[in-house]
Design a protein around this ligand. Structure first.
Ligand code: ZN
Length: 242
């Protein structure tokens, strides 16, 4: 089976459309949360994600905050502004969909979580120490996460006590290790200094991961964000991917 893995769309419809146009055929979609927050098209992004075949989707911290499930004070001032805007923009159908999302999904070979398997909604996996601790919190060979907006693979071998970090190149086909935590990067707000939308295609039988990047018209998105009155910093960062 070929699964399209997308995360952190953040209401960036143009980036999501570019990913879908680039991804070719797939049998299922695994969406790792943060469909909304930051970007100008939350309802359109949710509608498009919902229309995808064999969708599995989990909730992210921005999704939870737009449902008032997380104290908005936990976010920085600009993120708070974006969350308030999102709360006022979401329609009933979108809100009901976000409400229906679980925090974690476990399949035969794969666990899906937004931040980490230990604390699915909030924890950031930014270093090998935190990643190492998290290997005790899932029992499947692989765990896919998002949240940091940085493509990365943490692998663990039987002879190692510490996870090893590797950063995949854009458009690289990789044989995944037997046990790993994998982040496909962010569709709608990449933060690795590459503004192109990031996603991955996973061949579940061959255990091969295709890391992909696709350029999209971020100027169009920036214009819509400005028209919506969304924070300047969030508009600027799309151009450089930070
Ligand atoms: Zn995010």
């Amino acid at each position: 089976m070929r699964a399209l893995i997308i995360s952190d769309i953040h209401a960036n419809l143009t980036a999501l459309e570019a990913v879908l146009a680039e991804s070719g055929e797939f049998d299922a979609v695994w969406c790792l949360g943060d469909l909304v927050g930051y970007g100008p098209n939350p309802n359109e992004c949710i509608a498009l994600v919902r229309s995808l075949p064999n969708l599995l989707c989990i909730i992210g911290n921005h999704d939870a905050a737009s449902l008032d499930r997380i104290d908005i004070e936990a976010f920085n001032p600009e993120a708070r502004t974006a969350i308030r805007w999102t709360q006022n923009t979401l329609d009933d159908g979108s809100r009901a969909f976000l409400k229906s999302l679980p925090e974690k999904i476990e399949l035969d070979k794969v666990t899906l979580a937004h931040g980490s398997p230990r604390h699915p909604v909030w924890e950031y996996l930014l270093d090998t120490r935190t990643a190492t601790l998290n290997f005790d919190f899932f029992s499947t060979p692989l765990c896919f996460v998002g949240h940091t907006h940085l493509p990365v693979i943490y692998s663990m071998s039987a002879s190692n006590h510490m996870a090893r970090l590797s950063i995949p190149d854009a458009n690289q086909l990789l044989a995944l290790p037997d046990r790993a935590i994998v982040n496909p990067g962010s569709v709608g707000q990449p933060r690795d200094r590459d503004p192109r939308a990031a996603f991955a295609l996973f061949d579940t039988e061959a255990n091969l991961l295709d890391y992909r990047r696709v350029a999209y018209n971020f100027i169009e998105v920036q214009d819509r964000m400005a028209a919506a009155g969304l924070p300047k910093r969030h508009i600027q960062r799309l151009a450089a991917g930070w």
